[in-house]
Ligand binder design. Structure first.
Ligand code: NAD
Length: 710
């Protein structure tokens, strides 16, 4: 009947037709503008088809439809709200045209149906789903709400509570869960799905189902569920300041429940236009496309990587233990060597705790946990190191010791084995100078805690072979991490960019700020923890050392020219969480987790490095003083090709240190503010410290009206 480039219409006989989504040459179906236009064409053809008695909707791929084409969002979202509203209403009309066909419609959801994919299913009269399929409405994770009619149809098809739960959480659901929630009508084994849906369609066409009554009901108002509304409101309110979509959906439900579906659809388009044009949506869409870019790069690394069957870790401490556990749990067996039994016991104890948590939470079977544990081999000697493909060194952060240990290690592994160091501050080039095969040496910088933190910096020294770097990047991917390849420089990417932020904070304290106020401002700005709290978690001794090494590496541009609170606290052995006291005081709660408490003595101690006494700063000044130097350093990293792209700078900061997601990364944030404005604000602070000095390339970009991201 019709063959488009994303879907086709076929007559099945007996007046039945099949609308099958099938993008040739691609593994997935998605809704881009072309597909929506073809849906409209198909609906028009079906409406004009005289003998039509029913329509089956299906997919020829393993999945149903994975959602809208998010790559099209960036351009659409940068238009005016009025334009977005018109464009959205036009696209949603194609779904409505299909749902208004005068015959019964049924969908066979054979695999993933997310966002627009599930909205297509909601535009049908009856939904069959394969027992293996997952469905959901993840739009809030992009800062928007479903707007192909899904925000209107789900509460009318299922219930107010289901719509609230599904849209506000944005999480995918299994078929069985969808059935319980009323989002689908029947679950079938995948091999019986199409036949089941067709059988229903034949019966409906023969008048055996009251599909018209149900259709009528879904065109009317929604019964509001007060308890579900209250619960959703409370949940959405927690993140509403920076992520407004979920709260806006709850409000939309309250405002449109009494309306019929047509009037509610007009409101849906308005809400979508309002949310899509927020900076949050722009940032979240940017993060999505960034992630896709990194995934593509990751495939390249895997292709170039050497085979990796067995790994080893030197050091069973905080980092080594975490790396060994993560390697094992993701399927790469690992030898874990330390120099003391006590350290090995600690490392294995940590793995045991993490595995027990998985088993207790029902996420892993006891047998699997035992197998994972058995794939970590604790040892005091180098037995078996001649068989490993990669060794990750995670011993003490001391250059002389690392060089000695690495040189010894090199003599015990195969000549093609890759040796990686998890150093956080030492030069990869300098360590490589102790080796016979520097081409096989690379940095592999994990973040603490290893099982949770998604980023791994892969650091290439001058002599590192790209294949060695790709092998380590491939290992990071196998561990479920995102690798970013970084050039060897003090602090690499993430710690380099966070250092001027830290110095901005310390300078603010020196100028009289209250660290509790600074923490409150930065947490409200979107950081998971304020800078003083972060310092406590890292530890003052580590931080003082890292500050000296990294800042020292950039000379007077970064070295603080004033006594810092971090060095002061380190001298007074107020090391942070690990000593029970830093900026704050810590007591363990009943579960053994450190609870942050006020530390009455710290303010008077800090006062000794505040020569001008206490002073109050505006929120804007606190934010500018910390954030701007980070932005400038991030730009320098790009200009010096520390990483290849602005995407990698931003993703490094989001994944490595929790840069607020709603801002999209330091360079995306700078683009949003505008580079001339960043220059103006930096100039206002430039008398305070060289960290506020704008580099020439940054200034040139600002003058030329350029952005970091195209
Ligand atoms: P840690 O003190 O917890 O562990 C170091 C372990 O190495 C100890 O168990 C020690 O016994 C062992 N060790 C020392 N010499 C050894 C040798 N010759 N052979 C085998 N084992 C030896 O330290 P950590 O925090 O795990 O840090 C390890 C490395 O990771 C350092 O280079 C550090 O800079 C880096 N790093 C740490 C963090 C962090 O937050 N802790 C983050 C990123 C990187």
């Amino acid at each position: 009947m019709f063959k488009g480039s994303s879907l086709r219409l076929t007559e099945l006989g007996e007046g039945l037709a099949e609308l099958c989504f099938d993008r040739p040459g691609e593994s997935l179906n998605k809704f881009d503008r072309r597909t929506v236009a073809e849906l409209q064409q198909a609906a028009d053809l079906l409406a004009a088809h005289a003998g039509l008695r029913g329509v089956l909707v299906s997919s020829a791929k393993d999945n149903f439809i994975v959602g809208a084409d998010i790559f099209e969002f960036s351009a659409l979202f940068s238009a005016t709200p009025a334009h977005v509203e018109i464009e959205n209403a036009r696209q949603a009309a194609a779904f409505t045209a299909f749902s208004d066909l005068p015959v019964p419609t049924v969908v066979a959801i054979n695999g993933m149906a997310f966002g627009g994919g599930f909205e297509m299913a909601l535009a049908c009269d009856h939904r069959f789903i394969a027992d293996t399929a997952t469905i959901g409405l993840p739009e809030v994770t992009l800062g928007i709400v479903p707007a192909y009619g899904g925000s209107v149809r789900l509460p009318r098809v299922a219930s107010c509570a289901t719509a609230l739960n599904w849209v506000v959480s944005g999480t995918p659901r299994k078929a069985s869960h969808a059935l319980v929630d009323g989002a689908v009508d029947a679950v079938l084994p995948a091999d019986r799905l199409r036949d089941g849906a067709l059988a229903w369609l034949r019966q409906a066409a023969a008048g055996e189902h009251t599909w018209q009554d149900r259709r009528q009901r879904t065109r009317g108002p929604v019964v509001l569920d007060a308890a579900a509304m209250e619960q959703a409101q409370a949940l959405a309110a927690r993140t509403a300041k920076h992520f407004p979509a979920a709260a806006a959906f709850v409000e939309f439900m309250a405002n449109t429940a009494a309306l019929d579906a047509k009037a509610a659809a007009a409101e849906e388009a308005k809400l979508f236009a309002r949310l899509a044009t927020t900076p949050t949506a722009a940032s979240l869409v940017r993060l999505f496309t960034n992630d896709q870019f990194l995934k593509k790069k990751g495939k390249g690394y895997v292709k170039a990587a050497r085979p990796l069957k067995l790994a080893a870790v030197l050091g069973a401490g905080i980092m080594g233990g975490g790396i060994a556990y993560t390697s094992a749990v993701r399927g790469t067996p690992v030898l874990m060597k330390d120099i003391t039994d006590a350290a090995l016991l600690l490392g294995m104890g940590e793995a045991d705790k993490l595995l027990a948590k998985q088993v207790d939470g029902g996420r892993m079977s006891a047998d699997k946990a035992a197998a994972v544990r058995a794939s970590i081999q604790p040892q005091l000697d180098f037995t078996g190191f001649d068989g490993v493909d990669v060794v990750v060194e995670a011993i003490v952060e001391n250059l002389a010791i690392k060089k000695k240990v690495l040189a010894e290690l090199e003599g015990l592994v195969r000549s093609d084995a890759v040796i990686a160091s998890n150093t956080s501050s030492l030069s990869i080039g300098e360590m490589a100078s102790a080796l016979q095969r520097p081409q096989n040496f690379v940095g592999m910088h994990f973040f603490n805690p290893v099982p949770l933190m998604p980023l791994v910096e892969v650091i290439c020294g001058e002599r590192t072979d790209p294949v060695a770097a790709a092998t380590v990047a491939g290992y990071a991917l196998a561990m479920g991490k995102t690798p970013v390849v970084v050039k060897d420089c003090p602090g690499f990417l993430v710690n380099r960019c966070i250092t001027p932020y830290s110095i901005g904070f310390l300078r603010l304290l020196h100028d009289g700020a209250d660290f509790r106020q600074v923490d409150a401002v930065m947490e409200s700005f979107g950081w998971p923890m304020g800078p003083a709290y972060l310092d406590d978690v890292i530890g003052m001794d580590t931080l003082a050392h890292v500050l000296d090494v990294i800042a020292g590496g950039y000379g007077s541009r970064m070295v603080p020219d004033f006594p810092t609170a971090v060095h002061l606290l380190a001298q007074h052995k107020q090391l942070g969480q690990k000593s029970g006291s830093g900026f704050y005081r810590y007591e363990n709660d009943t579960k053994g987790r450190p609870r942050k408490l006020d530390n009455p003595d710290t303010a008077s101690l800090i006062a000794t490095v505040q020569p001008f006494g206490p002073r109050t700063f505006s929120e804007t000044e606190v934010i500018d003083r910390l954030m701007l130097p980070m932005v400038l350093e991030a730009a320098r990293c790009l200009d010096e090709q520390v990483v290849e792209s602005a995407v990698e700078v931003d993703m490094g900061m989001v994944l490595g240190i929790g840069f607020p997601r709603h801002l999209g990364g330091p360079l995306h944030w700078a683009d949003q503010i505008g580079l001339p404005e960043i220059v103006r604000r930096c100039e206002a602070l430039s008398g305070l410290s060289p960290i506020y000095r704008v580099s020439d390339p940054f200034r040139k970009r600002a003058v030329a009206g350029e952005k970091f991201h195209a």
